[in-house]
Ligand binder design. Sequence first.
Ligand SMILES: *Cc1c(COP(=O)(O)O)cnc(C)c1O
Length: 334
Amino acid sequence: MAYIILNRSNFYHNLSQIALKTGSLDKIAIVLKDNAYGHGTILMARLASEFGISKAVVRNYQEALVIEQYFDDIIILGGEIHPKPNLSYAINSIETLKTAPTDTRIELKIDTGMHRNGIGAAQLPEALSLIEKHGLRLTGLMTHFRSADELGSELFWQQKEFEKTKMIVRRAGFKDIRIHSCNSAALLRSHNFKEDIVRAGIAAYGIYQFPKGFDAVDLKPVLSLHARRVSSRNLGKGAKVGYGGDFTAPSDMRISTYDLGYGDGWRRGSSAKPYTTPDGASFLGRVSMDFVALEGDKEEICIMNDARIAAEHFGTISYETTTALSAEIPRTVI
Ligand SMILES: *Cc1c(COP(=O)(O)O)cnc(C)c1O
């Protein structure tokens, strides 16, 4: 089977770059949702914890249980609520405030303009009274930006909205509340980070795609994807390769089949626009469920060592390229 290598020193390099922005490791909550963006939840949790990160963000309670032993403090973005002293739940709607069990630690999510999840400014008084009435423990106030990765005024406008809600919550008498609004993009464009936590995902994995006009921070991809040779053969000029015979050998050549396909979460793409590996080898013909074909007969090949490049090729974002990779692919740390 294909395999994934996780580069520990690249990960630590990225975490250090993030810490330079936040001022301390203590302010980093590493986002480990969705199999740590396809990198592997447990391996990345362990590495982050060994580096000194004590906070994490996950998608749901089930994910939190998997990494609980590595962190003091875990923020859960949604799903069923099971109160525990080390877990804190992002509140995405008023309804959740009505059903959350007493003593649940909550991060109230403010909808400052993304209109995906959270409580709008107009609902804030109702939300605060529900928190008191149901005995919920407000530990944090958060928001999420819709355009932190685009230059323009939208981010600042959302930040202003967030400032207003912070004041309302403080005036209502809630104390010791941690504030967090930044994902990777928002942190990387900030010059004086003043909040209590950053929720850092893509930058930690080293595959943040800097938009033009951003001061790029040096980040290094953590994940590389490799495949092993299954079989080789010699083709005569004119022979066709794979489903549909989309590739025709332009001359006599030797080709090999490697053990990666769309069944592993690799993109099938289009054989008319073949993907090229970091060593410059083009995929020959269509990608199958479990196989791809390449010229030559090397035992192992690197398929991808920077998800940003693959994402660009497939017209998607680096998040999708790594998150799609099957959890079954063996992963090792070097
Ligand atoms: C996924 C997620 C993040 C992390 O975003 P990156 O762009 O990967 O840094 C932060 N906050 C919330 C609410 C998220 O869902």
